[in-house]
Ligand binder design. Structure first.
Ligand code: ZN
Length: 204
């Protein structure tokens, strides 16, 4: 095997390291997954879900896309949320954005980027919804604020999905969290945007 051989070498090292610590790790994990968390984060290579919260395979169900956006017509994301909530019975959905997000930066600019501009349109909508909040800020502060506001918007979007609405109607315990990660220091921040029922969804 010549193609990307070093990645397969690294994979063997990784699997062996885990098996040295816990010989039954993979055989036990292969029987089932029962993660408590659904992570919806950015595709950015610097924001890997499991590593950031230092959890092993099996603990986090993950969906990632550019700028951690939850769109009501995105069958991919909705399918992940439905499987996580209805089948895996996760108790927490975490929307995790990050400062320095390229998707957020691109949405703030007026340059054309091709197809992705249609995706970024959803973030431009977040700018429009919060227009008054950017006044007086310099460009970098605006970007940081938009990264946070985008997380809050996506928390609301997750809460408004039929999946989460139905789970709450059934009286199930399910929390939706808004977090942001700093690629400069590796630290997560809770935006205190946690929502556990319909009454807590912010009214814009
Ligand atoms: Zn990003």
């Amino acid at each position: 095997m010549k193609t990307l051989k070093y990645l397969f070498d690294r994979n063997r090292e990784w699997a062996n390291t885990i098996k040295e610590e816990d010989p039954a790790f993979f055989s036990e994990l292969s029987k089932q997954q029962s993660p408590e968390y659904l992570w919806i984060g950015c595709s950015d290579s610097r924001v890997p879900a499991n590593q950031i919260v230092n959890l092993p395979p099996g603990e986090v169900f993950v969906h990632r896309n550019i700028a951690n956006v939850v769109v009501h017509t995105d069958l991919n994301c909705l399918s992940v949320i439905q499987f996580a909530v209805d089948v895996l019975k996760v108790k927490h959905i975490i929307i995790c954005g990050h400062y320095g997000c390229g998707g957020i930066r691109a949405a703030m600019e007026d340059q054309e980027h091709g197809l992705i501009d249609n995706w970024l349109r959803h973030i431009k909508d977040v700018i429009r919804f919060n227009a008054g909040r950017f006044e007086g800020l310099d460009h970098e502060d605006k970007l940081d604020l938009l990264c946070e506001l985008n997380v809050r918007e996506q928390v609301t979007n997750v809460c408004n999905t039929t999946i989460v609405q139905n789970a709450w109607k059934q009286g199930r315990e399910l929390s939706v969290h808004g977090w942001i990660y700093s690629i400069q220091n590796g630290i997560l921040k809770d935006l205190d945007a946690c929502i556990t029922c319909n009454d807590e969804i912010p009214v814009r």
